[in-house]
Write a protein that binds this ligand. Structure first.
Ligand SMILES: [Zn+2]
Length: 158
């Protein structure tokens, strides 16, 4: 009777999720990637679906339609096939980035020290070096002055 019960029980969550640790799951996936594990179509498509939320709903649906209905290929083939198309057209190194991807990036931002005031702050966006626009402007002005100084013709001994 125990076996019958297990047939109607939904699949158990993977061990990592039982531990409420999605991060652990991703660590395992990173390990497999590092080891050169060959993922199958379903697994690769899960990877693509993880990032689909970056697209607006309409683009997401269009992408899925192009992959599943028009070409009848896995999502990963649709995505990387587009990259190959971009390579062929010579536009692969000029991606169209959505400003929302950059400002809303979940890239881990670590505490940074402002080179102007030495105050430690948490950057709001990736690549932010200064605590404020004012200190960014001060640094830019100093760099411009430095460039101007180095571009002056060196004195010639007479
Ligand atoms: Zn500062």
């Amino acid at each position: 009777m125990e076996e019958e019960k297990s047939e109607i029980t939904p699949p158990e969550a993977p061990v990592a999720l039982k531990r409420d640790s999605v991060e652990e799951l991703f660590s395992q996936m990173e390990y497999l990637l590092q080891e050169g594990h060959e993922f199958n179509d379903r697994q690769r498509d899960i990877g693509i679906r993880l990032s689909l939320s970056c697209l607006p709903e309409s683009e997401r649906e269009w992408f899925l339609e192009i992959a599943r209905e028009v070409n009848k290929i896995p999502l990963w083939m649709a995505l990387w096939g587009q990259f190959r198309r971009c390579l062929e057209w010579g536009v692969a190194n000029a991606p169209i980035l959505d400003p929302g991807w950059i400002s809303g990036s979940s890239v881990e931002l670590t505490e940074t020290e402002c080179p102007i005031c030495q105050v430690k702050f948490l950057p709001k966006v990736k690549g932010q070096r200064f605590c404020s626009n004012l200190h960014g402007a001060l640094a830019e002005r100093a760099a411009t002055a430095e460039r101007a100084k180095s571009e002056e013709a060196p004195g010639v001994a007479v």
